[in-house]
Design a protein around this ligand. Structure first.
Ligand SMILES: Cc1ncc(COP(=O)(O)O)c(C=O)c1O
Length: 392
């Protein structure tokens, strides 16, 4: 332990996703050819309507601080979007706009969690949930889901994990890293189990538009869950706006919205005024056609990647979970290697292919491969992975 760093920060681990991307960058700088499937961001351009709105915002002189929780017009646009697309009615005053969904989640954890509280996190899970829970003094209760259930938490698994100390249940659908998507019935079953408890639910819907042949359902749209659910979303994944940093949370609970606003007022103030203006164009329908075109490309890439694994790994040494959403393949390499860090580092050293070890998602024996990259790279990468496994 360092004497001068806080205990909180010393228990937090660095994001493995970013660490692998960094390692791949270093190899590239040393002159090696690399193919990166580690980062979680679309390779597409931002919809033209959003770019136009940003340029117009700059020209109109939108250079001032805004309301801490976001401009009225943006929060009205978010409320209208949540009503139209997600069938949830939120008052604009109960919506807080932040600098990315990660920021929204971090602030939500900060205002809800006390020492000793428990956060229920189905795993495999996005790297940041357990870290954020522990940073805020809570205990991360990891619910280990099974591959045969498409890595979805079952009602019995949730029931077994709930204790009187459970403060927050995390639902991420479509899921990073597995791509699984909960149905309305599955979510309704969680609602029944949570009835009578004091647990809140955070529904991370950042991949909502990226679904392939299944229907996405917002957790708060299940009436039983509306009061206890905080809906989190943003523009990073569905509108290819990772670098623009715009996320939001919406809640039925005015106290939570006020607390998040208070925290933000003492830390980052408001999300960028320019991005807030541009975000409206991503939410009001002007960018829908562009976003749907991206979704279609992702679906085609998913199918391409699945067919390549089938062709190049006919013995099915690698087990690929067919994702129903998001833009990741979650692949088991257990047949050749149990240790995911060792597998991914070896793969990177020998072939230049960067993936993310499953251990970073609390799931050993797997790696995550993003298919948010061009078709040629996907083809080349899967050839290299299949050859690597053959010779393992
Ligand atoms: C499940 C999940 N939630 C939230 C985020 C963060 O999104 P943002 O860029 O809006 O902070 C990510 C990004 O990787 C994610 O995968």
């Amino acid at each position: 332990m360092h004497q001068f760093l806080s205990e909180r920060i010393q228990i937090m681990e660095e994001s493995l996703t970013l660490a692998m991307t960094q390692k791949a960058r270093e190899l590239k700088a040393a002159g090696r050819e690399t193919l990166s499937f580690s980062a979680g961001e679309p390779d597409f351009d931002v919809p033209q309507a959003v770019k136009d709105a940003a340029i117009a915002a700059i020209k109109s002189g939108a250079n001032k601080y805004t309301n801490v929780s976001g401009t009225d017009e943006l929060r009205e646009a978010i409320a209208a979007k949540l009503k139209r697309e997600n069938h949830i009615g939120y008052a604009p005053k109960n919506i807080v706009v932040s600098s990315g969904a990660k920021h929204s989640l971090f602030q939500l954890f900060a205002v809800l969690l006390n020492h000793g509280d428990e956060v229920i996190i189905p795993t495999p899970a996005w790297v940041s949930y357990p870290e954020m829970a522990r940073y805020h003094g809570a205990k991360d209760v990891l619910v280990r889901t099974k591959a045969e259930n498409d890595f979805k938490m079952t009602p019995d698994e949730l029931r077994a994990a709930i204790s009187p100390r459970a403060k927050l249940v995390v639902i991420c659908s479509p899921s990073n890293p597995t791509g699984s998507v909960y149905s309305a019935e599955e979510i309704a079953a969680f609602g029944e189990i949570l009835r009578g408890t004091n647990a809140f639910v955070v529904s991370d819907e950042i991949y909502e538009k990226l679904v392939y042949g299944v229907k996405f359902i917002s957790t708060a749209a299940v009436s039983d869950l509306f009061d206890r659910t905080i809906t989190v979303n943003g523009l990073s994944k569905c509108a290819a706006m990772t670098g623009w940093r715009l996320g939001y949370l919406a809640t039925a609970n005015a106290e939570i919205a006020k607390a998040v606003t208070k925290l933000q007022s003492q830390s980052t103030t408001n999300a960028s005024s320019i991005v807030q203006k541009a975000a409206i164009a991503a939410l009001d329908g002007r960018a829908d056609a562009d976003m749907e075109a991206m979704r279609k490309r992702f679906e085609a890439r998913r199918d391409l990647a699945l067919s390549l694994f089938e062709k190049l790994d006919p013995l099915k040494t690698l087990k690929v979970v067919k994702p129903q959403g998001a833009f990741y393949l979650f692949v088991s390499h257990e047949a050749v290697e149990k240790d995911s860090m060792k597998f991914c580092l070896d793969l990177l050293e020998k072939t230049g292919v960067a993936t993310v070890p499953g251990v970073g998602f609390e799931q050993e024996g797997y790696f995550r491969m993003s298919f948010a990259t061009d078709e040629k790279s996907i083809e080349k990468g899967i050839h290299l992975i299949a050859d690597f496994v053959k010779n393992y």
